[in-house]
Design a protein around this ligand. Structure first.
Ligand code: ADP
Ligand code: MG
Length: 539
């Protein structure tokens, strides 16, 4: 009998998990990840301190920030991190919610798997439930949105994020900023610049109708303040172009040298004249400005800033109405933008250029202040979340109540819907409904309130109204719409959708094949073991 040769399909050292083992490990990884961010949910959620390998510290309550800073290895856990990132990109808030729901969907699926329900059936049931959940959300959404409602949306997003002292003024600032840059009901949040400087209290955070540039004027001889500014924006250098090839210029007599220098001087002088003739008294240049040109600009009384970031150049153009010009020769008065004032100001010992009081600017800046770097960072994240939710609300014109209200409302209707479904998918739809209840449960837990009692009360209250949620400050079930705890519909829509998609995807995996990285000790050990086991005679 011929000895059978072993067949190697996969390279040596490849690790493989199959069937239930693969599912169990993936589910476990997802659950562990969700557990990690769970304690941060809601106004009473705790913060996490993250320390990277350089010793840099981030203190935050923001789901996606935590997950981004953590060094996550497990592939299934990485998929949940993606859920958080998508949520962040699409709406800018609800990242913790999305991950917690995904974790709970996975946890619930374990029970179903134990009942021998096939993973594809579970995934299908989840898909059905997720689609139905979207319909329900549309039904319970609230559509009468005014400025006050927008401010409530902003405040809800900032609750528990270190903004407590100044939640109302900050919400006002955020709403004003979003309304300012809104264009036909569309909001490009890139047009709201957030500039952050520590060294002052949160209450000093302010909205600037224009742009703040973290730079100083290029020359001390220039004015540090210009009223009624006429602004030129240049995206090329204000220099005499160096010859492209290494041309050698032979100078034979000193007069020639002199003429050469004079010619260069004249060219720079002409460039500056072009700018002053156009009527500009402020110049923002994306590239460098020659020393001599700086001198001439100063002589003309023009305030100039060089090496301004491309993104800032674009914002400046949006805010002031100036055209970005590539060739100074082409500059005319039509290209200039306007601002009430351009001023160099000291903020915490550093000079910054304030381009302010633009009329009807399409780009604005929020100058975020905080006593220390860590405080300012966390305030900035809270403001970013608030901008995201207010923008989503302005665009969609629809909100839902918070405090677990929509989750309970959807769960209730999903359970009714499950009755109409035959077969084992029904169990999956029910599991989906229960998974959504993890949101109010977690809000309660994090506030030290009995989560089972709260859920019972919430379910009862939902017999009458869809806006009943949990007030985490007193543990009572209240009408969240009246309490002013409001969230954009899009946050919930996106959270439910991406959580469900991630859970479905993880459930459908029954084979994890990991190639061994070179430094992977575990894989190497496994490979060594295999080799030893495979050649007993050699020992
Ligand atoms: P996420 O990253 O998911 O946005 P948060 O920590 O911001 O996580 O918590 C959001 C949850 O907190 C939402 O369910 C929201 O409705 C709830 N919430 C916010 N403010 C209140 C409040 N005052 N009372 C009860 N729940 C609140
Ligand atoms: Mg939030």
């Amino acid at each position: 009998m011929a000895q059978q040769q072993p067949i190697f399909v996969l390279p040596e050292g490849t690790q493989r998990l199959l069937g239930r083992d693969a599912q169990r490990t993936n589910i476990l990884a997802g659950k562990v990840l969700a557990e990690t961010v769970r304690t941060t949910l809601g106004p009473k959620g705790m913060d996490k301190m993250l320390v990277d390998n350089l010793g840099d510290i981030v203190v935050t309550n923001d789901g996606v920030t935590i997950l981004k800073e953590m060094d996550i290895e497990h592939p299934a856990a990485k998929m949940l991190v993606e859920v958080a990132k998508t949520q962040e990109d699409e709406v800018g808030d609800g990242t913790t919610t999305a991950v917690i729901i995904a974790g709970e969907l996975l946890k619930q699926s374990e029970d179903l798997l134990d009942m021998d329900i096939h993973p594809t059936i579970i995934a299908m049931g989840y898909r059905q439930a997720a689609e139905k959940a979207q319909e329900i959300l549309d039904e319970i959404a609230i559509s009468d949105i005014d400025t006050e409602m927008l401010e409530k949306v902003a405040m809800t997003a900032m609750t528990g994020k270190g903004t407590e002292k100044a939640r109302e003024p900050l919400a006002e600032i955020v709403v004003k900023a979003v309304e300012q840059v809104a264009d036909n009901g569309e909001v490009d949040t890139d047009h709201i610049k957030i500039e952050k400087k520590e060294g002052a209290v949160v209450e000093d955070t302010k909205l600037v109708q224009g742009v703040i540039i973290d730079k100083e004027r290029v020359h001390q001889g220039m004015p540090s303040e210009i009223k009624d500014a006429k602004i030129a924006i240049l995206n090329s250098a204000l220099e005499v172009k160096e010859t492209e090839v290494d041309a050698e210029i032979r100078i034979t007599d000193p007069n020639q040298m002199q003429a050469f220098i004079e010619q260069e001087e004249q060219m720079l002088k002409d460039m500056v004249s072009k700018i002053s003739d156009a009527g500009a008294n402020v110049l923002f240049c994306q590239k460098g400005i020659d020393d001599l040109a700086q001198h001439y600009l100063a002589k003309e009384g023009i305030l100039a800033v060089r090496r301004v970031k491309k993104s800032d150049i674009e914002k400046l153009s949006k805010a002031t109405g100036a055209t970005i010009v590539s060739n100074v020769e082409d500059l005319t008065s039509d290209d200039l933008g306007n601002a009430g004032s351009v001023t160099e100001k000291k903020v915490s010992g550093e000079n910054m250029i304030f381009v302010e009081n633009c009329s009807e600017p399409k780009a604005v800046t929020i100058l975020v202040r905080g006593s220390t770097k860590h405080v300012a960072d966390e305030i900035k994240r809270a403001i970013e979340d608030a901008i995201g939710v207010v923008a989503a609300t302005v665009e969609d014109g629809q909100v839902v109540a918070g405090g677990g209200a929509p989750e309970v409302a959807i769960a209730k209707r999903l359970k009714d819907y499950a009755e109409s479904i035959s077969g084992r998918e029904q169990l999956a739809v029910n599991a989906f409904a229960e998974s959504l209840e993890v949101v109010p449960k977690t809000l309660a837990e994090n506030a030290g309130i009995d989560s089972i009692d709260s859920l019972v009360d919430l379910r009862a209250a939902h017999e009458k109204s869809t806006t009943m949620g949990l007030n985490v400050f007193n543990g009572e079930v209240t009408d969240m719409k009246e309490a002013g705890v409001i969230e954009p519909k899009r946050v919930k829509k996106q959270a439910i959708q991406s959580a469900s998609e991630a859970a479905e995807m993880i459930l459908r995996i029954d084979d994890v094949i990991s190639s061994s990285g070179s430094g992977d000790d575990a894989a190497a050990a496994a490979a060594a073991q295999q080799q030893m086991g495979g050649m007993p005679g050699m020992m």
